[in-house]
Ligand binder design. Structure first.
Ligand SMILES: [Zn+2]
Length: 309
């Protein structure tokens, strides 16, 4: 299907409750995405997760990736480009630096949704026994066959592993899911009792300030600092470390989390400025910047690099 502005996505799904806290209460924040397509997006009134309404179901999402994703994101290439690889290698360096004390030679690591495998490759070079999986056939095949990495093609719902892992990482994957609780519960089944889970996602809270580029169909859900903590807490995980940079990254481990009500309150404060009015304003700021170039605001210019999808 060709890209059609002002059209809707042909995606099925009828889930209207929050996939994390199950609340049915929400605040509408936008009827549009950054591609001028109709997309109803809401903020959960309890845990502050941002999501599409309704959320697509797993079948609808698979159909989207098979039929519409490539025309929506025309720079998505079949195999990773050199530019893509260089960027991912720089990210892998930063991410292993963040993990620092949690990452040691001889440890078993699993990268959940590893793309073309640069993080798996980088960890392997540090002496870590690194495995990855990726549902995208082209990238996972490239990682396995061209790069010689231990990368499996498959979706988390279908996979199991012979070993338990010391650390499971996931970079820019959870914002594409429709059932993040299922995913984190699945991670726990693959983890050693004293293992760590490191999830990094784009910070939705920053996206609003920095120009709306993160609100689009492939981002089915949007986390900020406290909604990510909330996800871990519902799964019985407590925080070890937080990296609140452009992205939001949290290292979790088994343990008693903070009270859900306290996390929810922090999240509501954090996301209080997300209203229909503020999102609408950012929408036009972002759209005009796209249409007339990045001259409109200096603030936008700083963040005009293509956002990850
Ligand atoms: Zn919620």
């Amino acid at each position: 299907m060709k890209f059609l502005p002002f059209s809707s996505y042909s995606i099925t799904g009828d889930a209207t409750d929050c996939p994390i806290c199950k609340s049915s209460q929400f605040t509408s924040i936008s009827q549009w995405d950054r591609r001028f397509k109709r997309l109803h997006q809401v903020k959960c009134d309890q845990c502050s997760l941002v999501r599409h309404l309704p959320l697509p179901d797993e079948a609808g999402l698979a159909k989207y990736y098979a039929e519409e994703y490539r025309s929506d994101y025309q720079n998505v290439s079949v195999t990773p480009t050199e530019r893509h690889r260089k960027k991912r290698i720089r990210e892998a360096e930063r991410r292993t630096a963040n993990l620092d004390q949690n990452l040691k030679s001889g440890m078993h690591l699993l990268d959940f949704g590893c793309g073309s495998g640069e993080f798996v490759e980088f960890c392997g070079q540090q002496g870590v026994i690194a495995t990855g999986f990726e549902p995208g056939e082209a990238y996972s095949t490239y990682a396995r066959e061209q790069m010689g990495l231990n990368v499996v093609t498959g979706a988390y719902q279908d996979l199991n592993f012979d070993v338990k892992f010391d650390i499971i990482t996931s970079f820019h994957v959870f914002e594409h899911l429709v059932d993040p609780l299922h995913a984190i519960e699945k991670m726990k089944t693959w983890l050693k009792p004293d293992g760590k889970i490191f999830i990094e996602v784009p910070n939705t809270n920053h996206i609003l300030i920095k120009g709306f580029g993160g609100l689009h169909f492939a981002h089915t859900i949007g986390f900020a600092r406290y909604s990510l903590e909330y996800l871990g807490a519902v799964a019985g995980l407590k925080i070890v470390d937080v990296f609140d940079e452009f992205d939001i990254g949290i290292v979790f481990e088994h343990g008693t989390p903070r009270e859900l009500a306290d996390i929810a309150k922090d999240g509501q404060n954090e996301m209080a400025k997300w209203t229909k009015g503020s999102v609408h304003k950012q929408y036009w700021r972002y759209t005009l910047s796209k249409l007339v170039g990045n001259r409109l605001t200096d603030r936008y210019k700083e963040y005009s690099a293509p956002s990850r999808s």
